[in-house]
Design a protein around this ligand. Structure first.
Ligand code: NAD
Ligand code: ZN
Ligand code: ZN
Length: 236
């Protein structure tokens, strides 16, 4: 990873200042763009952004107070990437807060329900307990790991193998798990799935996270894309 960029520079990399202020509201503070942002200019720096500065995202073209976007960036994990709050377009490489662990891949010579023509890919995720970092909800406190190793299954066909390659990218970018409160158990400070669904049952479907599910591969491709993980990541 590159050395941490200054938050203001990240904003300026993906947003350009607009001279003609559109007659719209800022998606972050909900004030008119013609009124200044409630956030102050950062300390120091002669070309610091002003509360009245309005910026436009380079690709999607949505406009916001640049200081509102800076405040949103500073609230996150400051990984050098931005996400447009209007349309969710990702600028740069979004990374998450998944703790250290292992992702292993195996092949199983047996078909999944709904995929009779191929074998199965098994992914095993293992994350040991540890201490939360600055990017987690309670830095310095421990986190627990329930139900690890977690076993996941994909059909071993073209689309399934593509999903596997994208899941490897998502793993490297720390997007598969996060530390938080489990929806299922209510336990805080524990490792939980992030927003990319996995199938954790192979031959049964007791939890609803099993096969058959004819839409699963398309759904998970859309969830990966929402995190900025697309086929383009495999070409580079
Ligand atoms: P969570 O309950 O906070 O939910 C986060 C996301 O994970 C949600 O989108 C939810 O739909 C999905 N999810 C919930 N249960 C799932 C399951 N069984 N398989 C796949 N996805 C699931 O997330 P969490 O606390 O990380 O996991 C949910 C529960 O599932 C936990 O109690 C965990 O221990 C258990 N689990 C156990 C195993 C195991 O091998 N024993 C494997 C996976 C999950
Ligand atoms: Zn604003
Ligand atoms: Zn946008």
């Amino acid at each position: 990873r590159t050395a941490a960029q200054k938050p203001e520079e990240v904003i300026k990399k993906y947003m350009e200042e607009v001279r003609v202020i559109p007659d719209e509201d800022c998606m972050i503070c909900m004030e008119r763009l013609s009124c200044p942002s409630g956030y102050d200019s950062p300390e120091g720096g002669s070309q610091a952004l002003q509360p009245s500065t309005v910026g436009k995202f380079t690709k999607c073209g949505h406009t916001l107070h640049m200081l509102c976007m800076l405040a949103m960036y500073n609230n996150g994990n400051k990984d050098g990437s931005l996400q447009c709050p209007s349309c969710k377009t990702i600028y740069g490489e979004k990374t998450g807060t998944q703790p250290k662990g292992k992702m292993e891949i195996y092949s199983i010579p047996q078909s999944l329900p709904g995929h009779p023509d191929c074998g199965t890919i098994q992914i095993i995720y293992n994350i040991p307990p540890g201490i939360q970092g600055a990017e987690h909800p309670n830095p310095g406190q421990p986190y627990t790991c329930r139900g690890f190793p977690r076993f996941c299954f994909l059909p071993d066909n073209d689309k399934g193998r593509k999903v596997l390659e994208l899941l490897k990218v998502a793993w490297t970018r720390r997007l598969i798990f996060t530390v938080g409160t489990s929806n299922t158990t209510g336990e805080p400070d524990t490792v939980v799935w992030n927003e990319i669904h996995h199938k954790t049952e192979m031959m049964s479907n007791v939890s609803g996270h099993g096969y058959p599910d004819p839409n699963y591969l398309d759904n998970v491709l859309a969830e990966l894309a929402a995190q900025g993980v697309t086929e383009d990541c495999l070409k580079r």
